[in-house]
Design a protein around this ligand. Structure first.
Ligand code: AQP
Length: 327
């Protein structure tokens, strides 16, 4: 059985970048894979988090998983910190990772750039990410553009461990999504749409109201050419909007280009906002129903129990292979 592990960090309010690059894909993958979807709260704290916000965002991500259409009877949903094996294997993975290879991770360079104080966990977190994946013997991991390097490290660590000790870990393959793998900021198409961007016009939040979505899309940067054409090299801002349109409408890039051929950006942007709103409204309704419910608590408790069973089996095997005394 093909198995997938993935998650969305509760490091801010979820926006349509995380939806296009992850959540939307999670929903469709549950039909073809055995899925483990988690909430990587331990990753969120690699940068400072307000405790109240971390608490709320973690529940939010869980609620969005359900609201977007993930079936908890099919996929296992859990919070990372509820399964202690992650931290334990994370440490063991740190012992396998070389300082030099961790030092080459471009995301650390980007995320630490300009900060006065940087936690050492931000530097070592790719080892924890490797543990997340390897604990579940995931055969496949969906990766957005910025996570490719970390998955490569996971594969290297799995292979290194397997050849140094004993073959314990499945070496995971990436699933590279073509459309939606890198949704850029509405204010600047050279920067990924990110939860932690302080500019609220750079993203559409999953919980934004229709009037705010219309406003943000109408103000999104474009260019002076006035043709709806998909061409990342010459028209990145418009290509980004076309890609968002495609994610939310399910239409292909070609269909969108031909639908708006010979028209300016006005009608295109207006319809884009409506396409987003149409998709988000039922998700928002379900989110509000479930976010503070006992149903969600139960889903996460059951998910953690199931995840812990799978994870501890792998952890024990890895520890035995390394020579730890286990009973
Ligand atoms: N803008 C995006 N376009 C495409 N994919 C995206 N993802 C996130 N933003 C975009 C993908 O979603 C998955 C979960 O990401 P994450 O939330 O765990 O981490 P992140 O990529 O660091 O997200 P942010 O929004 O940029 O958060 P901050 O600002 O807190 O670091 C990943 O597969 C990611 O690629």
């Amino acid at each position: 059985m093909k198995r997938v592990l993935s998650g969305i960090k509760p490091s801010g309010e979820l926006n349509i970048g995380g939806f296009g690059g992850a959540l939307n894909q999670f929903v469709s993958m549950q039909h073809d894979y055995e899925c483990f979807y988690f909430i990587p709260d331990l990753h969120a704290v690699t940068v400072p988090q307000d405790p109240k916000e971390l608490f709320q965002r973690s529940k939010d991500i869980a609620a969005f998983y359900i609201a977007a259409g993930i079936d908890p009877n099919k996929a296992t949903l859990f919070i990372q910190s509820h399964v202690p094996a992650h931290v334990e294997l994370g440490w063991l993975m740190e012992t396998q990772a070389y300082f030099g290879e961790m030092n080459r991770m471009t995301q650390f360079k980007e995320k630490s750039n300009g900060r006065d104080t940087v936690s050492s966990a931000l530097f070592t977190y790719p080892a924890l990410m490797a543990a997340d994946i390897l604990l579940y013997q995931a055969t496949h991991v969906p990766v957005g553009d910025d996570q490719k390097q970390h998955l490569e490290l996971t594969r290297d660590l799995a292979e290194r461990f397997n050849s140094r000790y004993e073959v314990i870990f499945t070496v995971p393959e990436p699933i590279i999504q073509t459309i939606g793998s890198r949704i850029m900021g509405l204010d600047d198409p050279s920067k990924k749409m990110s939860k932690s961007n302080p500019n609220i016009s750079s993203y559409v939040l999953m919980l934004d109201k229709p009037e705010d979505i219309r406003k943000k899309i109408s103000r999104a940067v474009t260019d002076s050419e006035m043709t709806v054409r998909y061409d990342w090299d010459n028209k990145p801002a418009v290509s980004n909007l076309i890609e968002i349109y495609s994610v939310f409408s399910g239409e292909t890039i070609e269909q969108i280009e031909s639908q708006y051929a010979g028209q300016g950006y006005g009608g295109f942007k207006k319809n884009l906002a409506e396409v987003i709103i149409e998709k988000l409204i039922p998700i928002q309704q379900r989110y509000y129903e479930i976010v503070d419910s006992d149903e969600l608590t139960l889903i996460l408790k059951n998910g953690a129990a199931k995840a812990a069973e799978v994870a501890s089996e792998t952890l024990v095997k890895a520890k035995k292979a390394m020579g730890f005394v286990t009973f």
